[in-house]
Design a protein around this ligand. Sequence first.
Ligand code: HEM
Ligand code: HEM
Length: 188
Amino acid sequence: MQTSKRVKVWDPLVRIFHWSLVAAFAVAFVTEDDWMRLHALAGYVVTSLLVFRGMWGFVGTRHARFTDFVRRPRVVLEYLRSLIRSGARRYLGHNPAGGAMIVVLLLMLTLTALSGMVVYAIGDKAGPLAGWFLGTPVWWEKIFGELHEGLANTTLFMVFVHVGGVLIESLRHRENLVRSMWTGFKRV
Ligand code: HEM
Ligand code: HEM
């Protein structure tokens, strides 16, 4: 849909995906131990959202498709260089650096959720992977626990970089990208 001043960029599913992901990630991050059932539930919501986004990246609307924003490393580096020279162009969809960060976030979230399911399977003999890890030595729980924690913390760090990138781009182009991710519209 296009009006004289604004153009629709993010379809409703991308927006619902994004803000649900933020909420589910936040819930998963602050719950564990006594809240394990809620923690696992939030982790499953994250996983379901990732599965959806993986498919939507192939069959979704124009700017939701991976082909629209996944660029070769050389293009990402060129974009970052032009950013330093203050000559980077504006993109309606994700810019090359933002696109790279999105791929990193999606992969890190997948590994975090998977490693959590492994810890849950070994330690509590629960969750979708429980049957696969029957008889696994208990010390594996410690290793995967550390891995899960490390992945979760690294993902959180990436989220801060992501939000920093969003704020920098918003300032550079004097547009509210957060509002665009909420309403779906951007300036033409
Ligand atoms: C757990 C935290 C977060 C995760 C995992 C996350 C992940 C993502 C992902 C995967 C996308 C790509 C959207 C798509 O095409 O499907 C995205 C885009 C975006 N995110 Fe986040 N995000 C998080 C937090 C935030 C927060 C807190 C903000 C706002 C302050 C934010 C603002 C945005 C914006 C504005 C875009 C669109 C960027 C653009 O215009 O190219 N995100 N985020
Ligand atoms: C992407 C979503 C997830 C995030 C951000 C996340 C984050 C965390 C964090 C920060 C901890 C605390 C680590 C520590 O201090 O020891 C933790 C522990 C744990 N998580 Fe997750 N988690 C996620 C998904 C899952 C899933 C899907 C499951 C299983 C269904 C799961 C199972 C566990 C278990 C069993 C622990 C306890 C590990 C231990 O005691 O060493 N997590 N998670």
